[in-house]
Design a protein around this ligand. Structure first.
Ligand SMILES: NC(=O)c1ccc[n+]([C@@H]2O[C@H](COP(=O)([O-])OP(=O)(O)OC[C@H]3O[C@@H](n4cnc5c(N)ncnc54)[C@H](O)[C@@H]3O)[C@@H](O)[C@H]2O)c1
Length: 195
């Protein structure tokens, strides 16, 4: 049985790593996938591979740190497929290892914007579309750094802790209306070229 038959899914950070693997698995399970990423060539390659294997997917270039680009991503999804059932909000970046006092303000803010603000932008624009269909499933990628801290990684730690809390907020505010919200907290996952 296919778990996601006829479901429409957005996967952010779908050009690489965990997102790429998830996008391909979603398609295997019957979903149509919208791959969203800033990495255009890699994202288009993922989509070509999916289509060549008989699946259905599109690529939408998206910088998740910009609210207006998430709004456009959701609009493009609805324009192409007419609904949104699943969102894997997974795009993120690691932080440079710098102690708090020395952390450049701009770099700290950038890391939090990409890892955490993006999760709010996604929920903000995805939930209304999911509600039109009676609900949906949101999975946000946190990290084991949502539970612990690592020296010099304060923006990443703060952002990932924030994702854990924000995901609970989604559940509290929209769970009764059929939105299932979960965060995942991976440990160290080797990138594909390290395997
Ligand atoms: N790899 C690990 O060990 C690990 C551990 C815990 C959590 N995570 C989290 O898993 C998620 C995926 O990471 P990964 O390991 O697959 O890394 P990855 O680098 O392979 O994938 C991240 C993807 O996000 C995209 N991305 C980065 N900034 C973006 C932006 N502003 N807008 C749109 N896309 C953007 C990248 O282009 C890339 O395709 C991240 O949120 C990361 O923090 C990874």
């Amino acid at each position: 049985m296919q778990l996601l038959k006829d479901k429409i899914a957005i996967v952010t950070g779908g050009s690489s790593g965990i997102g790429e693997a998830a996008a391909k698995l979603y398609v295997q399970e019957g979903a149509c996938v919208v791959v969203a990423d800033i990495a255009v060539e890699k994202g288009e390659a993922v989509v070509h591979e999916i289509i060549n294997n008989g699946g259905e997917a599109i690529f939408v270039k998206t910088d998740v740190s910009k609210a207006e680009e998430i709004e456009r991503l959701v609009k493009e999804t609805i324009k192409k497929y007419g609904k949104l059932d699943v969102a894997f909000n997974n795009a993120g970046m690691a932080s440079k290892t710098i102690p708090i006092v020395e952390y450049p303000i701009e770099a700290w803010e950038k890391c939090v914007r990409i890892n955490l603000f993006s999760i709010f932008y996604c929920a903000h624009y995805q939930i209304p579309e999911m509600l039109k269909n009676g609900g949906g499933a949101i999975v946000n990628t946190a990290s084991m750094m949502a539970r612990i801290a690592a020296f010099g990684n304060s923006p990443y730690v703060a952002a990932k802790h924030g994702i854990a809390g924000f995901t609970k907020s989604i559940a509290v505010e929209y769970g009764k209306q059929g939105i299932r919200a979960n965060a995942i907290a991976p440990g160290v996952i080797a990138p594909p070229n390290a395997l």
